[in-house]
Each structure stands twice: as structure tokens, then as C-alpha cells.
Design a protein around this ligand. Structure first.
Ligand code: HEM
Length: 472
């Protein structure tokens, strides 16, 4: 609404027409915005950090690139242009060097502790209770929950769980054989492996959890559950070899996890565990098809190391040298979690990150996608060259900063499933190349270049024809 202010006579008797109130408000808002923007690029404590002035003035360009799904690509370009430390928004700094990993995600601030996640970056779970996963948790709550799941991810547990994993890999290969010769969308196929795996676990856990929640009615409720599901839950409680079992034993005990924490963590296992490994395997398949030399070399290593799929297991996989190099190169170029896991510098504290003094309340992160795509860290960064990861890499790659590649994060909040995921991806890849020749089904557009990112890569179909290998 525009309010007209009456004309008022001056001493000289002339009438001065004052501005409509609405216009005054708009003008003041514009002036204030301009003043804030100018402050942010001149006097603001982060003003000396390099970057595009518009990004330092307002978060709008950041939001724009996020909405159109191109944010990681844009941030990588900004790092390439402005260096390993850049200002990404008025109150945010992005890093891509090795030291920053330690300074942000591992080091403790004296008198405060670890840098924390920002609660407003995440929509909390509907239940209001968080488990392991992206949502912020106080250190003591996080370490209690994580402690309950840590046993399930130990080396020993992984060996016990391996038969389950191998069973799912061989079922996956069998299903692919039944569909060989026709174009398959490998992105979808890779998602099936882990989904099948985790749902098996989660069903047992959920049944048991729900009924225990209503103790002393548990026996009655269990009798209402269909026999097939009851047997699954029963088998689940007897087994020691899955990722939920150890936490389930301590359900609702002091220092154990609550039912809701268990469920929320299972959600992270399902989403975090399936989407990530499937994304990596999809990207890797694309890179292999684009680089026939690498595909041929890797296929040769797999087929000279194993003569049947039954031989492929965690004891033999470490004998391969090219396979882990290929996986590392794919994680460098196509990290399944390509964003920046922000932390906040606590109020009243300055911290040193990569030699820079960063003021209180600043958001800081290492940008995972940019670490692998910038020439500050790698020679020929956009090329898929697994040889750079070998124990004795070619001379031109000796200065590559391999330790900046941390797709699973570092520190106490790093991925709990790292070793599990790496084993799973190696088993799948080795089995696939042992059994099939991969043929690209031609596409007109560039699969990789068109992918949008909003948290995860949203993957377009990656059509591949699998030709079974003829065995003598
Ligand atoms: C290539 C595969 C994977 C990648 C790249 C990956 C990456 C990550 C990253 C970057 C984080 C930190 C997220 C944050 O700080 O918000 C994380 C956390 C987590 N990941 Fe993974 N992940 C992978 C596979 C898996 C698998 C297979 C599982 C389950 C079996 C899993 C379970 C989790 C859980 C539960 C957390 C939260 C840990 C905590 O809060 O302490 N991830 N992952």
C-alpha cells in the first residue's frame, strides 16, 4: 500500500512534496542491502579471502547453482581460478588441501571440542530423534550410538558378514547373465545389490524392535506376525553376522541405542549404503567404457587372477594392484558424496585452518568434488589415469596430492561403512569383468556432463550391453 504524505510548507512558503512511504521503504531496503553487500566485500572479517565478489556479497549465486544442480562443478571452477582456499558465500570458506581435512574434521578447538555441524543445514527426522547419519548430534550422543554399531563394522565382523555379501554378488551376476545381450541401465542394476542386502537386515531388526517396544506384550505381538517374517526375525536374532545385530543386543539399555535411534541409523544404512556404492560403480563403468586401455588392462588383471567367481573373495582381492588404483581414480573423479560437509567455527573462538585464521561463526568445509578436479592437486585432473595411484606412479604424477582424496570423510564422523563399501565395490567389479565383456550402447549426449547434483548425483540411464565371456 502506498501512503501519500501531505505536502508541507517550507519557511519560504514553498511546498515540498515528500516521497510516498512505500517508495521510501523500498529505497531504504535497497540502500541497506547495498551497504551490507559493500561491507561484506570490504570490512567483513572474511573480506581478504579470495573469490568472486558477488558470491561474497550474497548467497544467491550459491543457491542458484544448487537449484540448477551444477554447484559442485561451479565450485571446482572457482577453486581452479582463485586457489585452494576460497570464499563461497558471505560467511563461508571452502578448502581443498590436505591440511584442511585435519583442521576441520579431526582437530579439537581448545575449550570447545570438535567443530560441529550446523543444525539449520538439515531438516531433522520427523521423529525428532537422530541416529548416525547426516543430522547433527552432540558429541556424547554420537559416540554412544556409533560405539554400538562400531563392532558390526570391525574387521572380524566383516569376515563373518562376507558370505552374505558374496551371496548377493553372485545373485547379482546370475541376474545379469539372464539379461545379457540386451541394453541394460547399469545405474539401476547397481542399486539392486545393496538394497537387497540391507532390507534383509532391516526387516528382522524392525520386527524385533517394534515388538520389544510394547513389552510385556512382545510374545503376543510376535504371534500375530506372519510365520515367514517371524522366522526371519528369529534367524536375525540368532545370527551374529550382520550390521544391526550388535546394536540390537543393547537396545534400550544404558549406553545402548533407543529404538528410534536404531531405526534412524538403519535409514542411513539403506540410503547411504545403496546410493553411494551404486553411484560409484555407475561412474566407474562410464569411465571404463570411455577408456578402453584401462578397461583392457583391468580385465586382464581380473581374468589372470581368477578362473571362477567362487575364487573372488576378500582374501584374494588384495593380491590385485590395478583394481584398487582404478577404484581410487573413480572416487577421485566421481565421488558419490560430492558436496562439502560443513562445520561451524564456534562463537567466541578463532581457529586456524590450513594456516588461515578463521573468525567465529564461519562455515567451513573441504569440498570433496573440487579436491579431485583441480590442477592445484593433480596433474591432468580431468583425465582418468589409474596409474597415478600405483605404488610407483609414472614420473609426471609423482607430485599428485593423493591424500586430499577423502570421499568417506575423516575423523570421528567419517563413514562407518568405508571398508565394507570398498570391499563390496571390488567384489562386484571383479565378478563383473570376469564374467562379461562390457559394450557401450551409443548415446548422442554426454552422460557425465549432463548429470545434475543435489546432494547426490542424479544419474541418467547408463545403457550397457553385457556379453558373457566364453569359457573353454
Ligand atoms: C562409496 C561408498 C560410500 C561413500 C563415498 C560414503 C561416504 C560417506 C560420507 C562422506 C559420510 C559423512 C557424511 C556426513 O558427515 O554427513 C558418510 C557417513 C556415513 N556412512 Fe557412508 N559412504 C559410503 C558407503 C556407506 C555404506 C556401504 C554404509 C553402510 C553400510 C554407509 C554408512 C554411513 C553412515 C551410517 C554414516 C554416518 C556416520 C556417522 O554419523 O558417524 N556408508 N559416508
Amino acid at each position: 500500500m502506498t501512503v501519500m504524505v501531505e505536502s508541507s510548507p517550507t519557511k519560504a512558503g514553498q511546498a515540498v512534496t515528500t516521497l510516498p512511504l512505500g517508495l521510501l521503504v523500498v529505497l531504504s531496503a535497497i540502500l541497506l542491502t547495498l551497504a551490507v553487500a559493500i561491507y561484506r566485500i570490504t570490512l567483513h572479517p572474511l573480506a581478504s579471502f579470495p573469490g568472486l565478489p558477488l558470491w561474497a556479497m550474497t548467497r544467491l549465486p550459491y543457491a542458484y547453482y544448487f537449484v540448477i544442480g551444477r554447484l559442485p562443478y561451479k565450485i571446482a571452477k572457482l577453486h581452479e581460478e582463485y586457489g585452494p582456499t576460497i570464499r563461497l558465500a558471505p560467511g563461508e570458506i571452502s578448502f581443498i588441501d590436505e591440511e584442511a581435512w585435519h583442521d576441520i574434521y579431526v582437530k579439537k578447538v581448545p575449550g570447545f571440542g570438535q567443530l560441529q555441524k550446523n543444525p539449520t543445514d538439515w531438516i531433522p527426522p520427523q521423529s525428532g530423534v537422530s541416529g548416525l547419519g547426516p543430522y547433527p548430534l552432540a558429541d556424547h550422543v554420537h559416540s554412544r550410538i556409533r560405539g554400538n554399531f562400531a563392532v558390526a563394522f570391525s574387521e572380524r565382523s566383516r569376515r563373518e558378514q562376507e558370505p552374505i555379501l558374496l551371496k548377493h554378488v553372485s545373485e547379482f551376476i546370475l541376474a545379469l547373465k539372464e539379461n545379457s545381450g540386451i541394453p541394460l541401465d547399469m545405474c539401476k542394476w547397481y542399486n539392486f545389490i545393496w538394497i537387497g542386502n540391507v532390507f534383509g537386515y532391516a526387516t528382522g531388526a524392525a520386527i524385533l524392535g517394534v515388538t520389544q517396544n510394547f513389552w510385556p506384550l512382545t510374545p503376543l505381538l510376535m504371534s500375530l506376525v506372519p510365520k515367514k517374517m517371524r522366522d526371519a526375525a528369529e534367524k536375525h536374532t540368532r545370527s551374529t553376522e550382520d550390521i544391526v545385530q550388535p546394536a540390537l543386543k543393547n537396545l534400550s539399555q544404558t549406553d545402548g541405542v533407543s529404538y528410534q535411534e536404531l531405526l534412524e541409523t538403519c535409514v542411513s544404512f539403506i540410503i547411504g549404503g545403496s546410493e553411494t556404492t551404486a553411484t560409484l560403480l555407475s561412474g566407474l563403468t562410464y569411465y571404463l567404457l570411455e577408456n578402453p586401455r584401462v578397461l583392457a588392462k583391468l580385465t586382464h588383471e581380473v581374468r589372470t587372477s581368477f578362473s571362477s567367481q567362487e575364487e573372488i573373495n576378500s582374501a584374494k582381492i588384495p593380491n590385485l594392484t590395478y583394481l584398487p588404483a582404478v577404484l581410487s581414480e573413480a572416487l577421485r573423479l566421481f565421488p558419490p558424496v560430492p558436496g562439502h560437509m560443513r562445520r561451524v567455527v564456534p562463537s567466541g573462538h578463532h581457529v586456524t585452518i590450513s594456516g588461515h585464521t578463521v573468525p567465529p561463526d564461519t562455515r567451513v568445509a573441504v569440498d570433496i568434488y573440487s579436491t579431485g578436479h583441480c590442477s592445484h592437486n593433480f596433474f591432468k585432473p580431468e583425465e582418468f589415469i589409474p596409474e597415478r595411484w600405483l605404488a610407483d606412479p609414472p614420473a609426471e604424477f609423482r607430485n599428485d596430492k593423493r591424500k586430499v582424496i577423502q570421499p568417506f570423510l575423516v575423523g570421528p564422523r567419517a563413514c562407518i561403512g568405508k571398508a565394507f563399501a570398498q570391499l563390496e565395490m571390488k567384489l562386484v567389479l571383479a565378478s563383473l569383468l570376469l564374467e562379461f565383456d562390457l559394450e557401450r550402447v551409443e548415446r548422442k549426449d554426454d552422460w557425465l556432463g549432463g548429470l545434475k547434483v543435489r546432494g547426490f548425483f542424479s544419474k541418467d540411464p547408463l545403457m550397457v550391453r553385457l556379453v558373457p565371456v566364453k569359457k573353454e
